[in-house]
Design a protein. Structure first.
Length: 153
């Protein structure tokens, strides 16, 4: 089939193929309000400490709630906003909505795939079929796995 480098093919998901929700894009709305990102494709609504991210994904309308938290910047005295990754509950500045459809932090994105060598080789787009066929399973597995794994700390 002319595949180059048969064997260990990288299936790593590139963050450049994801929609990114960057906390700094929400500046001005973090205390409440609605803004539209990514050419109006993604609607972000902040209400209280909840950020609701709504978007169409493969003909489905998805609404995900993400919790917002703040930390104090000691030197400047301001507040810094974070989102809690819906998957691992860690504080992050950027969430990625990959083709799997749901927002996660970068770590979860990478953990979700077997070969998780980091950033050096992130430009491949050869994983699409793999993802589409395996997502349901690996996602469920990952959630379970990370949840139990993390307790060891
Ligand atoms: Zn995460």
């Amino acid at each position: 089939m002319g595949a180059i480098g048969s064997g260990r093919k990288k299936t790593h998901l590139s963050t450049s193929d994801c929609i990114t929700i960057d906390i700094k894009d929400l500046r001005g709305y973090l205390t409440g309000g609605t803004c539209y990102l990514i050419d109006d494709k993604v609607k972000c609504t902040v209400e209280g400490k909840q950020l609701e991210i709504a978007y169409a994904f493969v003909e489905k309308q998805i609404r995900e709630s993400v919790q917002l938290v703040t930390t104090i910047l000691p030197n400047i005295g301001g507040k810094r906003y974070w989102m809690l990754c819906p998957c691992c509950q860690r504080r992050v500045r950027i969430l990625y909505i990959s083709m799997v459809g749901y927002p996660t932090c970068r770590t979860c994105l990478e953990l979700n795939y077997p070969s998780q060598r980091s950033s050096a080789i992130e430009r491949h787009i050869t994983y699409e079929k793999y993802l589409l066929s395996n997502y349901g399973y690996s996602w469920a597995f990952h959630k379970y796995h990370s949840y139990h794994f993390r307790k060891g700390g």
